[in-house]
Design a protein around this ligand. Sequence first.
Ligand code: IPM
Ligand code: MG
Length: 360
Amino acid sequence: MRQYRIAAIPGDGIGQEVIPAGIEVLSALAARAGDFHLDFKTFAWGSDHYKRHGVMMPANGRAQIRDFDAIFFGAVGAPDVPDHVSLWGLRLAICQPFDQYANVRPTRILAGIESPLKGIGPGDLDWVIVRENSEGEYAGQGGRSHVGLPIEVATEVSIFTRAGVTRILRYAFEIARARPRKHLTVVTKSNAQRNGMVMWDEIAAEVAKEFPDVTWDKMLVDAMTMRMVLKPATLDTIVATNLHADILSDLAAALAGSLGIAPTANINPERTAPSMFEPIHGSAFDIAGKGIANPVATFWTAVMMLEHLGENAAAGQLMRAIERVTADSALHTPDLGGSATTRQVTDAMLAAIRGDNLLA
Ligand code: IPM
Ligand code: MG
């Protein structure tokens, strides 16, 4: 029996609803497969922990989860804790020291889900966004002087290292190579940002030589938003900086029907520390506690976690169960225009997993 230890961090808001749903579904899947076991340990870190102890996670938090095989993360952010405190105190405090430099965001229109784009259905929009996840605009460099005075000044310096840019481009070319269309679009803003972004373009051309079987093109980020909306079928794998890909991935999620289904993986490709898997949607305090959060993003995130663990058969089964459930509009939560609850969607997933015809 293959055993995996998973650190679950539900975090804030609807993270506390969707992560338990994900654990239920993953446990049912493992029980059904019979040849692997997921051992979950839940860590109650986040904004409530901050309000009690003044920190988002204990000082030795990272040491506590370092030896796990993966991290299953919900969301972080609360209305009464400054966002930069909660983000840097938990999510980035794990991503950056664990060197999860590749953030992978698949986007596809799932069965039964409607895109807001006219005439676009499954197959017309099938992307993987690879987001640089360790530096760039999120490097945390900068500071404030003359605080509170009329001459106050703040700097927010982007950091682009040759090593960091090269490794994310290589990773993106590899993802592109593994997909049927073998096409990568490199997004920058090298007309206006004439240092870091020009270096990106140069390194992209260098790394591309290692991947002669992958076609690639370049886009400026502003033009990219138009191409995503107007010509979605021309795109496949996309790589961009931390901030650019953050913005593009919200657009991608909206074009695929809802942020409530979008998954992500924060990957340490060299596996020197655990990778972290999370739904993109965030803590969504406006609907927290109502039992109506869409758990599909978490289930799809779980598919990515199983793939990372090497459990590809189970990952395939879980993805089929997800699309069976999304295909039924009676099982759509309010973000998709329906009235189903988290519980109903989770129960439908459990029924699909325990049913007879999932292995096909
Ligand atoms: C994301 C989110 C985060 C980010 C927020 C919560 C800081 O928008 O994962 O895309 O910008 O990285
Ligand atoms: Mg975002």
